[in-house]
Write a protein that binds this ligand. Structure first.
Ligand code: ANZ
Length: 955
């Protein structure tokens, strides 16, 4: 508990108490704001500043910005913000121009849902939430450059989100140049004939609709009738990433259906290779890189054409080497060719299990399709699931051996991957094996088992899956693969397929284009209008921002959650005055209809790092020189980017992939010099909290639970305790406000940083916070007389050796720890030094007190500023140089190591007590006395017991 004892307060009126901490903290926060202490100067423009500071190396340090929720912050939220603040302060003190600020990601569903419930405009509630959060964050003493803060809902900001959309809309991906280029350059190619117009006509012969349709095939943002995730319960479509593994909406848990709707998409797939390749040079956690790689999902394989009725079905396979083992084919139920090849009647002798008991193929297909439509992709692909499907009545031909293979439809094949059709190789693919057994289809062994099961599939229980074995049973008239290993066989068959015109080697990606429309109110409106022919036109830059209109009803129309046959109706579409406009887009006033979808709430976070750099620029998204200064490529970061980006691991694929994609487009079009937004990424752990539940399983208020008799009690009833998330719903939220009131922000900061390594999750324990408060009290007492409030330091050069060692070791360790973001061990070292000084007693020499205060400054900036000023300085501690250790006091005293040969002492070495075994062995073997004693004899064995003994056994 904080010190409230009146007698103690009287004896020590200048003791570091919660009240004093509150006073100090408020005073310095006001001062820092007034002085603009954290302003980071730009090389030019309205935020230009001290050229001496601009000339320093820069550090751009960033947090994943918060969504301003109505619930406010609990102590888990600022963990990352405190960490970046400590790091930024340290960088400032080691000679960097540091940009650190924080904005708000403020479009999105919660505000809209609140608006729907209460009728309050989402802007009103969102802005109130932002204000509230700003107060909470300010209390923590975060050193942000507030001039650079904004919210994504500010029209000045989303003007540029819309502008970027138009850049993307007005560009195409040039596969030869491997970059985005303006669409006007593509039009010029069509006009001049340099690029032929598909269909053989010339560009001038095409109608405006035909031109628009053709360009749509190329644009990086395009509208298409695509199968989308339609969620009638929410009244909106969702990106794949917003659908859970069991096919429901992540938000609200409603069923999600596949439906065909006209929607905006972003052609992120054009960047698949670059998004993959450029990961290599990023300093990101391997786990996140792996998730991105899996999400992009690059598969090398081949497309193979199976002839059927004078046409063909094309499959994608990663195992063309198994082509001789393909005994049937499967199309996704939605595959457009299904109708085409389905005959009127079952062929003579069709196996009964193939027909599903239906009288005709058409009936079987229709029934099976209806069943498949109600399942999510994930459900359809589950390995363990029974394989279902039905014969289409059609046969195709295996091009390698001319065999007739039956064509099935089955839901384990997805329309959205590869070509939506597969060749089934039941001998060597698990799912095909299960299907073949269920439908009594032939199974052929073409990859020789290496597990002793033999080559007769009739005796197998499962498929033999191997990428490293010998091909067998694969000889035909035209080509033979027998005896080759898998890799050789792939190369040989691909070459044959290409030569004979039966297929080609290809790369397939799991990544899909990004669905970019939402049927929502609270998002950025699209800067797009449609003419009377339905052709989409970009608004000119002069008409941006296109602001959201006022509406009476913020909700999209929602439907029966289970009714798949519904269609979205957007809130903006009901506002006829806004929707129907007459505009002059350069060819005289004409009537247009506005796009009534809004952008997904990922849009605003796709580029916010850039706006921090030059937040008030009304001419440009960001001035190129300013962008190059803060984010341009540097030694060790070839694609440029933010120096450090800290946030939760849950953003591994969505936000981080989208932001990378937008950066690359802007880079290709020459707007920015950084092809990657975030050079270094760090994922902080979570602050967890205990959840207490009563016998009914209901969470009870954690703050009111007592611990006694080896159990936990709430209102006389025994309750159980489990570690979980912190939050209002679990009644265990602790707010930073409470902790600041009880101990001050510096204590809260120290506690959060001391809890453990930053990337590890840790349980919150309010009772432990006082430990850090005591540290600050001892620090204060070591420098300030609690009775008078005056500093007690003495100016003397006479400092004892022990203290100098303790000081310089701490400086050395804390420096390394702060640079390496090991904040917990940095605090342990400060504590150790402070304890040494407490034990030492007596007034501190100034030459010890000052570096001590500087060591603490990044971690607990308020008390450090106060002590620094009390020590007589007139400028802020924020811009002081971080202390540098004197190496003479850092090296440890040495220990003596005995080196023996055959048990006899040959040498004694003075070594550091922390020496590693390897290093000690090397040092011993290099010692000239040892070399002389060995006299050229080889060594059989060296036994090392660091740091004291090395025993050498000669050969
Ligand atoms: C024949 C084969 C033989 C296959 C074999 C695998 C093993 P990845 O690696 O994920 O890219 N496949 C292709 N398109 C599919 C679709 N739309 N739905 C479901 N499965 C599909 O997987 C590629 C493999 O998954 C392809 O290679 C194909 O099966 C299947 F011993 O072709 B394979």
């Amino acid at each position: 508990m904080s010190e409230t004892n009146p007698a103690a307060a009287e004896a020590a009126p200048h003791r570091y108490t919660a009240a004093l901490a509150a006073e100090i903290e408020a005073r310095w926060q006001d001062f820092w704001d007034a002085e603009g202490t954290y302003a980071a100067p730009n090389p030019k423009g309205d935020l230009a500043g001290d050229p001496e500071v601009v000339a320093r190396p820069k550090k751009f340090i960033m947090d994943m910005f918060p969504y301003p929720s109505g619930a406010g912050l609990h102590v888990g939220h600022p963990l990352g913000y405190i960490a970046t603040d400590v790091y930024a302060r340290f960088q400032r003190m080691t000679g960097h121009n540091v940009l650190h600020t924080l904005g708000f990601d403020a479009f999105g569903l919660p505000a809209e849902q609140y608006a729907v419930q209460t009728g309050t405009h989402p802007r009103v509630s969102t802005e109130a939430n932002i204000k509230n959060m700003q107060v909470q964050l300010r209390r923590l003493g975060l050193g942000h450059d507030k001039r650079r803060s904004f919210a994504t809902i500010d029209p000045d900001y989303y003007k540029w989100t819309q502008w970027i959309f138009l850049q993307i809309f007005n560009s195409w991906y040039d596969q030869d140049a491997q970059k985005a280029r303006p669409i006007s350059e593509l039009v010029a190619q069509f006009e001049s004939g340099e690029r032929p117009v598909p269909g053989g006509r010339s560009w001038s012969e095409l109608s405006s609709v035909e031109r628009a349709d053709l360009l749509s095939e190329y644009r990086l943002a395009y509208a298409s009738d695509a199968p989308v995730n339609w969620c009638p319960g929410l009244g909106t479509v969702l990106a794949n990433e917003e659908v859970t593994a069991d096919g429901r909406s992540e938000r609200g848990n409603f069923p999600v259906f596949k439906a065909k709707l006209r929607q905006w998409n972003m052609r992120i797939t054009a960047y698949a290779d670059r998004l993959l390749d450029d990961l290599d040079a990023l300093d990101w956690p391997e786990a996140i890189k792996l998730q991105q790689r899996n999400w992009i999902g690059r598969s090398e394989g081949a497309r193979v054409d199976f002839p059927i009725d004078g046409e063909k079905i094309t499959v994608f396979t990663t195992r063309p080497d198994t082509l001789f083992g393909a005994t049937y084919m499967v199309l996704a139920p939605e595959h457009p060719l299904v109708e085409k090849f389905t005959p009127d009647a079952w062929p003579e002798g069709t196996h009964e299990v193939w027909t599903g008991g239906h009288a005709t193929p058409a009936e079987a297909v229709a029934a099976y399709r209806a069943q498949a439509a109600s399942k999510s992709d994930v459900e359809r692909q589950a390995e363990a699931k029974d394989k279902t499907g039905v014969f289409t009545g059609a046969y195709a031909t295996n091009p390698v051996n001319g065999q007739r293979v039956p064509v099935f439809i089955a839901d384990y094949v997805l329309m959205g991957y590869g070509t939506g059709a597969i060749m089934a190789v039941p001998g060597h693919d698990t799912r095909d094996f299960a299907f073949a057994r269920a439908f009594e289809l032939p199974i052929v062994c073409v990859v020789e088992p290496t597990d002793g099961r033999g080559t007769d599939p009739a005796t197998w229980d499962d498929a033999f899956v191997s990428h490293d074995a010998k091909i067998v049973n694969s000889s035909g008239e035209h080509v033979s693969l027998d005896g080759l290993n898998v890799t050789e066989a792939k190369a040989r068959i691909t070459e044959w397929l290409e030569r004979e015109g039966h297929g080609e080697g290809t790369v397939n990606f799991r990544l899909r284009d990004w669905l970019f429309s939402r049927q929502r109110y609270w998002g950025e409106p699209f800067p797009i209008v449609y003419d009377e022919d339905g052709v989409a036109h970009a608004l000119p830059e002069s008409m941006l921002p296109l602001e959201l209109p006022e509406v009476d009803d913020y909700s999209p129309r929602t439907f029966d959650p289970d009714d798949a046959d519904t269609q979205p109706e957007t809130p903006l579409s009901r506002n006829e005055d806004w929707v129907n406009v007459t505009l002059d887009l350069g060819d005289g006033p004409k009537k247009y209809r506005r796009e009534t979808n809004t952008m997904p709430n990922w849009a605003g976070s796709c580029w916010y790092e850039l706006r921090y750099l030059d937040p008030h620029n009304s001419e440009k998204l960001v001035d190129p020189e300013i962008e190059r200064y803060w984010m341009g490529p540097r030694e060790g970061m070839p694609h440029g980017g933010v120096d450090l980006y800290v946030g939760g691991a849950e953003h591994a694929v969505l936000h981080l992939l989208y932001a990378r994609f937008w950066s690359k487009v802007l880079y290709d079009l020459g707007h920015i010099s950084s092809a990657e937004p975030f050079h270094k990424l760090f994922n902080q752990g979570m602050i967890q909290a205990y959840v207490y539940r009563d016998s009914r399983g209901i969470a009870v208020p954690a703050a009111e639970v007592e611990e006694r008799d080896g159990g936990y009690w709430y209102q006389g009833e025994r309750v159980t305790r489990l570690l979980g998330k912190m939050g209002k719903s679990l009644k265990n939220a602790v707010t930073p406000d409470e902790i600041c009131a009880e101990y001050g922000a510096d204590t809260l900061r120290l506690y959060e940083m001391a809890m453990g390594p930053l990337d590890v999750s840790r349980p919150w324990d309010t009772r432990a916070v006082v430990g850090q408060f005591r540290l600050l009290q001892r620090l204060w007492r070591n420098i300030v007389d609690e009775a008078t409030g005056e500093v007690t330091v003495v100016d003397t050069d006479d400092v004892d050796e022990d203290t100098l060692r303790a000081l310089h070791k701490a400086i050395d360790g804390v420096r390394g720890d702060l640079e390496g973001m090991r904040f917990n061990t940095a605090i342990a070292k400060v504590t150790e030094l402070n304890n040494h000084l407490t034990k030492r007693g007596g007034p501190l020499p100034r030459s010890v007190a000052e570096p001590l205060v500087l060591l603490v400054a990044p971690l607990a900036p308020h008390i450090a500023e106060e002590l620094w000023r009390k020590l007589g300085h007139t400028d802020s501690v924020v811009h002081q140089d971080f202390p540098v250790a004197d190496p003479a006091y850092v090296v440890d005293e040495t220990v003596t190591c005995v080196v023996q040969i055959k048990g006899k002492v040959k040498a004694r070495l003075e070594v550091s007590p922390g020496i590693s075994e390897d290093e000690l062995e090397k040092t011993a073997l290099a010692d000239e006395r040892v070399v002389a004693a060995l006299d050229g004899a080889g060594i059989r064995k060296v036994i090392v017991r660091a740091p004291k003994l090395v025993n050498i056994v000669p050969a």
